[in-house]
Write a protein that binds this ligand. Sequence first.
Ligand SMILES: Nc1ncnc2c1ncn2[C@@H]1O[C@H](COP(=O)(O)OP(=O)(O)OP(=O)(O)O)[C@@H](O)[C@H]1O
Ligand SMILES: [Mg+2]
Length: 275
Amino acid sequence: MPPLLDIRDLRIRFGATEAVRGVSLHLDEGEVLGLVGESGSGKSATALAIPGLLGPSALASGQILWQNSGDNASIDLLRQPPNALRQLRGRQIAMIFQEPMTALNPVMSIGRQVAECAAAHAPSWTGREAKRRAITALEAVAIPEAASRYGDYPHQFSGGQRQRILIAMALINRPRLLIADEPTTALDVTVQAQILDLLAQLQREHGLAMLFISHDLAVVGQVASRVAVMRSGLVVETGPSARLLTAPEHPYTRSLLAAVPTLRTQRDQPLAVVV
Ligand SMILES: Nc1ncnc2c1ncn2[C@@H]1O[C@H](COP(=O)(O)OP(=O)(O)OP(=O)(O)O)[C@@H](O)[C@H]1O
Ligand SMILES: [Mg+2]
């Protein structure tokens, strides 16, 4: 079986900046791949290229092969017309980002946002049906009293709840791939753990493939079975997360691991310097 997603020699340039310099990655159906690396290493650029969200200032080359669900043939996402990519984004590939407040419309109730998201891809649903689905989706991500909070606005929810709402919106159309770009970075540690648990649970329930991005190797290791480490636009190491977390081969991966504070970290010492 060919992989669900097969990125081959992806290169992305923004003007003179070569953000991604030949990245190859694959993701099987239902698999969770972690993508880790320091700020500016090209993680988001790689992720945004998949659903065609890089924007007009980017120049991308290589191939992003996707197993299309309709006809089971592979298509190259770098060479699809905008309309085809838009369809794919709503139905097969969903994305969640770091900042849950900016991704929501501040002047529309969350219920309506979730319902519109559902209805956009199932135009035959009545308003009532879309509302019922939205409430079910909010309940599935553990928004308390979802039905009575349907008319509330984004600012009336906590940061963790807002991220749950975005997860509900991302999954309501049952995508095959969820791209999660630093979905817990803006949250405090306890809420971060709850969101990671929720993502892991939904991933299992839906048999969803997930590309999980973080600059934190320990966080990635909690959800991903396999991890790719990026540095300066290149993948420097790929492997099962258990091995990467215990026996990293590349010096850069080792330094990323050393930079993760543990209970035994001497807090008065500087963190390991990345080489
Ligand atoms: N729209 C853009 N225009 C110009 N340069 C960009 C743009 N997006 C990204 N870059 C540049 O591309 C490089 C990679 O950026 P990218 O956002 O992929 O990094 P990242 O690994 O996601 O970092 P972070 O952990 O901070 O999110 C950086 O040098 C960045 O400045
Ligand atoms: Mg990023």
